[in-house]
Design a protein around this ligand. Structure first.
Ligand code: GDP
Ligand code: MG
Length: 715
């Protein structure tokens, strides 16, 4: 087989020098069809086999900005050479890697020739080529084209690698931030459907080029007919980027690519013996923020102040909203006649949805801070700093993003979190990430924490902080266990996008925050509303049997005969409460909750908590609201109702350890239903079911142990 190899690289990287040295006099010079770009071809013999070598025009990118770039790209896509030898001017490695990364994104088998190593040495620098090769997962050879050094090795490696890859393209997946990634995914689907450039280049790559405003790709898409759909998505995300970052996708894409390169180079790839005098602004900040010791300390300080601010700023409007819903429930309750309709509206709908909406102010404050961290570029640095820790537990630096999105900083959601694990390149690390991300404190668990903290602890911020940490610790421990048992395997090197720091715009933070808050509100108005009604129904029906109702009625009649005035009212209220309790216990939900009680008592959960936890499997938001509903149903005088947290605090069956056990259980038990479905889609149903069973068992074991030890020895 004759292997065709292309020499690619930035202008002046030394391609032609290398080409001449390889081919000697055996060259053919011509033009690329239709353009005045010179085409040089030649033949060499490697391992007794002829190898065809093409010297591509010098390019900085693979986007059709210039005829040279278009020619080089067309050659790669249409001729599909077996291998690309990317010649880099190693004296400016980062800039030269920009093209390398694009070749890797295209997926074509690529090996890197670090050229001008003589000049690198003169500068007093060393390049750790092994490390570079490991991080980028491609072969890297050092060369000096002018003297021919490394030429043989380069040819041999090209030959072997081409054989090994055997024409298979494996595109590198770079994450371009949540906004662009979402648009890219959406566009990719349309591109796959339309068959645009099918069998020529990866659909995702086409989507990225479209966002980079590549004219040729746009024209092709228009001819194909998918262009309008793509333009629509691209215009929308462009506007969004401009609104939030004051910049366009093209520039953002470049930032993330350089960020990816920066994270490679940062890891000790370049060793310099002479002091660096030109340091970029971002690097200067990074010297402090990602400092080996100061970095993690600052990170914890930043996170803690975030919790502190969230609670101190969010508490006030949250109080207003809570009072509003209470007032609303009482007012409606007074207008409507007693009966099922009133119960449905007051207990089911206002209690359920109001309970969830009450947290909106807090969530807005928290989201705005998370957005600030994310938009400023700091979030990516956290991932970078945590990589070493992640590795110890069999995870990967790229697992940090899925964790954070899932609620590693409280307020996330495991659904996009699990999806974010797509960027992990190793199947096993990806699986471990997917299975452990749901332990984080997602936005729906936050209200449970706030509720219990308000009822049983003095400082809500501290409880939130420890809960968050608990999610991480659980994820780490479980990941370690899984990676040493059922998903054992090698670790892969860490490379991640580290975009430059930028000051987020106020409007940008506002828009991103609102998007997230709106998701939350929308969910409260739809899914949560539906589940609240279902749970209300399960708590209301089938209603007490006639005999029991009559027996309560008889008791009331008896009371009326023997008491009067205030005492009578009190006695009646007591009977009413007992009746409501009995009805709740007799209901479908009550029966289910009660049947689990003998077991869950070990962790201090009574049948009412069980109802809430079962509801929580449908959506975690429901936990607080169905606790609210079950306590509201069990109580008659709405005007005297105090907040749910007060009720729990005064309930004799609750204590500090019940609260801690419940907190732990809610944090760790089965992911909500939607997350499970996404897990099945991203991994498999087997693993999704595994996580339901495993997480619940794991959570219960810990909760029960904590409760038992706590109540036996510490009270
Ligand atoms: P091209 O644009 O990639 O084809 O680059 P050329 O092959 O034309 O080389 C550009 C310049 O770099 C020429 O002056 C070469 O002599 C010089 N050059 C190429 N390789 C090396 C090398 O390994 N070391 C040094 N010091 N110079 C080199
Ligand atoms: Mg040249």
């Amino acid at each position: 087989m004759t292997i065709t190899a292309a020499l690619a690289g930035n202008p002046n990287a030394g391609k032609t020098t290398m080409f001449n040295s390889m081919t000697g006099a055996k060259q053919r010079v011509g033009n690329y069809p239709g353009v005045t770009v010179e085409k040089r071809e030649g033949t060499v013999t490697v391992n007794d086999n002829p190898m065809n070598i093409v010297d591509l025009p010098g390019t900085y990118s693979l986007t059709a900005y210039s005829p040279e770039e278009l020619v080089a790209r067309d050659f790669l896509i249409k001729e599909r050479p077996h291998i690309v030898m990317n010649v880099l001017d190693a004296t400016s490695l980062e800039r030269n890697l920009y093209l390398a990364v694009q070749l890797m994104e295209l997926g074509i088998p690529t090996i890197l020739a670090l050229n001008m190593m003589d000049a690198v040495k003169k500068q007093g620098k060393e390049i750790d080529r092994k490390k570079l090769s490991e991080l980028l997962n491609v072969p890297v050879i050092e060369t000096i084209a002018r003297s021919g050094k490394g030429k043989k090795e380069l040819l041999n490696e090209a030959y072997n690698y081409a054989k090994e890859k055997d024409g298979a393209w494996e595109p590198l997946h770079i994450s371009y931030g949540s906004d662009l990634d979402e648009a890219i995914d959406e566009m990719t689907e349309f591109i796959v459907e339309s068959g645009l450039l099918k069998n020529q280049c990866p659909a995702r790559w086409v989507a990225i080029k479209f966002l980079e405003e590549d004219e040729q790709i746009i024209d092709l898409a228009m001819e194909n007919g998918v262009g309008n759909k793509l333009t629509e998505i691209s215009d929308k995300v462009s506007k969004h980027c401009y609104d939030t970052f004051k910049t366009y996708p093209e520039a953002l894409i470049a930032d993330y690519r350089y960020g990816y390169i920066a994270s490679v180079v940062k890891q000790g790839v370049i060793k310099s013996n002479t002091p660096e005098n030109r340091i970029e602004f971002s690097d200067k900040i990074d010297k402090v923020l990602t400092h080996r010791f100061a970095g993690p300390v600052l990170m914890l300080a930043i996170l803690y102040s975030m919790f502190y601010l969230t609670f101190s700023l969010g508490e006030i409007p949250m109080g207003w909203l809570e009072s509003f819903f209470e007032w609303f429930a009482v007012t409606i309750g007074n207008i409507l006649p007693d009966g099922l309709v009133k119960s449905l509206i007051v207990d089911g709908i206002i209690g359920g949805v109001g309970g969830v909406l009450g947290f909106v102010p807090l969530i807005i404050v928290m989201f705005s801070m998370i957005t600030f961290l994310e938009d400023s570029g700091y979030m990516a640095r956290m991932a970078y700093m945590l990589d070493r820790v992640m590795r110890t537990f069999g995870l990967h630096g790229s697992s940090v993003m899925p964790f954070i999105v899932s609620g590693g900083i409280p307020g996330g959601c495991a659904v996009p979190g699990v999806m974010a694990a797509r960027t992990l390149r190793s199947e096993k690390e990806k699986l471990a990430t997917i299975l452990t991300a749901p332990f984080m404190s997602c936005g729906a668990k936050v209200p449970v924490v706030i509720l219990l903290a308000a009822a049983f602890f003095d400082n809500s911020a501290i409880v939130m902080f420890w809960t968050t940490l608990g999610g991480w610790v659980a994820a780490f421990i479980v990941a370690r266990i899984l990676r040493s048992t059922i998903i054992r395997g090698e670790a892969t090197p860490f490379v991640m996008e580290l975009p430059p720091y930028r000051m987020p715009t106020l409007l940008g933070v506002f828009i991103h925050t609102w998007e997230r808050a709106w998701q939350y509100i929308k969910k409260a108005g739809t899914v949560i509303l539906a589940i609240s009604v279902i749970i209300w129904a399960a708590m209301t029906f089938p209603g007490l049997p006639q005999d029991d109702i009559k027996s309560f009625e008889d008791q009331r009649v008896t009371l009326k005969l023997s008491y009067q005035g205030k005492i009578l009212d009190e006695k009646i209220l007591e009977i009413n409460n007992l009746e409501n309790q009995a009805a709740l216990r007799y209901s479908i939900a009550g029966k289910i909750g009660s049947s689990f009680e003998p077991l869950t008592k070990l962790a201090g959960f009574d049948w009412r908590t069980n109802i809430a936890l079962l509801g929580g499997f449908a959506a975690k938001e429901v936990i607080v609201s169905s606790l609210g509903t079950s306590y509201a149903i069990g109580e008659v005088d709405a005007e005297e109702s105090s907040g749910l947290s007060m009720k729990l605090k005064n309930d004799p069956s609750w204590n500090k350890f019940t609260a801690i056990a419940l907190l732990i259980f809610v944090l760790l038990y089965a992911p909500c239903f939607v997350t499970v479905v996404v897990m099945a889609k991203e991994a498999s149903w087997k693993w999704a079911l595994f996580s339901i069973v495993f997480n619940t068992t794991f959570a219960f074991t810990i909760s029960a142990s904590v409760y038992q030890i706590g109540t036996k020895f510490l009270m």
